[in-house]
Design a protein around this ligand. Sequence first.
Ligand SMILES: Nc1nc(=O)c2c([nH]1)NC[C@@H]1CN(c3ccc(C(=O)N[C@@H](CCC(=O)O)C(=O)O)cc3)CN21
Ligand SMILES: CC(C)C(=O)C(=O)O
Length: 281
Amino acid sequence: MSERKDRVTVARLQKMKREREPIAMLTAYDYPTGQLAEASGVDVVLVGDSLGMVVLGYESTVPVTLEDMVHHTRAVRRGISRPLLVADLPFLTYRLGVRDALQAAGRLMQEGGASAVKMEGGRDLAPTVKACVEAGIPVMGHIGLKPQAVHQTGYRIQGKTEQSVRELVDDAEALTEAGAFAFVLECVTEEAAQTISESVPVPTIGIGSGRQCDGQVLVFHDVVQFSVNGFRPSFVKTYADAGETVLSGLAEYVRDVKNRRFPQEQHVFHGKSAVYGGTKR
Ligand SMILES: Nc1nc(=O)c2c([nH]1)NC[C@@H]1CN(c3ccc(C(=O)N[C@@H](CCC(=O)O)C(=O)O)cc3)CN21
Ligand SMILES: CC(C)C(=O)C(=O)O
């Protein structure tokens, strides 16, 4: 574990905004991706419910359960110590009433080891956010494109009209007022992101929302293209081709087995009794 003083806290993120130091956030879903995220130097690790799409193979984030999130958050927790660990509350778990939201958030923290939770929504969530914060649960908001609402709205860029920007600012202000320590701005225009980021004292973490946010977040599998011809939104920049590298290694392994080039002498254990004649069956 890294020194306690090293750890990224909610207060540190807010100081970064004041000092205009960009915040780097990345998703992770298990122990190795958590370890890689930490080693990269990110400030915040998000166990996103994008889990459902990039790891579990669902078509949207809607089927992801609280059990899924707890299970994966625990694994990421074991892989990281310095970054702030934020876990997503899945579809509906924070909309059945404040009591249920507190209970769900509590599980992500107590069983999953998260240091904060994230939930999708604006003004409508202010009472929920307030109750969590009063209970000692730091909340990251999430406005703009809300993937959990895909069946209602599709995946559409937000903040294109003045009216839409006004509503986003209202949401951001209401969430800040309720005590959210930061929020994700997903797929809003760069102009909207600038207006929102200037309207609130807490950091905005953008995804597909341009250069004026206080930080950026991307999905792990998008950054390193860890998939075989997977879906890739246009706002993503790919920094490595992990899918291709991994696939070519795996294919070579299979070829070696088929051609009896693996295993070789250095991969083998010997005893005293057995006699190996050196011929193949
Ligand atoms: N691999 C992956 N990366 C993500 O960023 C991501 C997920 N999965 N799953 C959960 C949500 C869903 N997200 C999405 C999904 C679709 C679009 C999309 O279709 N965007 C279009 C723009 C749409 C428009 O023009 O209105 C694009 O071209 O990027 C964007 C974000 C972001 N999240
Ligand atoms: C894309 C990020 C912000 C997210 O919410 C997720 O990974 O689920």
